[in-house]
Write a protein that binds this ligand. Sequence first.
Ligand SMILES: [Fe+2]
Length: 224
Amino acid sequence: MRLTHHMLKSYSFLPSLKIAAGQAVALPTLKFSLDEGLSEVFSKRQLELHIHKHHQGYIDKINGFLKTHPAEKYGGMEIEEIARSLQNGGMFNQFAQHLNHSFYWSCLKSGGGALQSPHSVEKAINRTFGSFGAFQAQFNEAGLGNFGSGWTWLVADGDKLKIVNTSNAELPAETEGRAILTIDVWEHAYYKDFENRRADYLKEIWKVVDWPAVSENYDRAMST
Ligand SMILES: [Fe+2]
């Protein structure tokens, strides 16, 4: 079954992630530079490897794939739509990882800092988890417990929030709700700086979470 835009619930707030007919896919515009980067948490080398080797590697494979497939088949399609239509396998992994990483970068900003009122997502966090601290503890526990490579997500399901783990390149199921935040828990996201200490990475990452962006994601999830 071909997915329609109407069915796309998880990421459809990232309109830039469409395949333009006949054009190559590229890294998304980042909110930080490699030099100034997210230095509260990552070294330049860690970010460079993650963006220009790992993320770029997925993009290169997508572009190789698009070269051998007719532009009219994928032109104008959302990356998520393509990923879900491919289901599992090699090319699903490339499209999904491009999507996951683009979303991850959009959730990070230098000085992201603490959640401040009056973001509406704050109320939802307090309503669901009791407090912001309890939410962070639960999220970090999920991230730490996500065995192997994967992603830990905050998902809006109606007016409730959920923490969801996925493995490898997988996206949250459409029935889980709308993704409003994701944290990459693949080792390649932190190994250069934190070695095997994923717990330390998860403790630090909150310094650069762009809460206004997450809140916007939440508002959009609530209104569409
Ligand atoms: Fe990654």
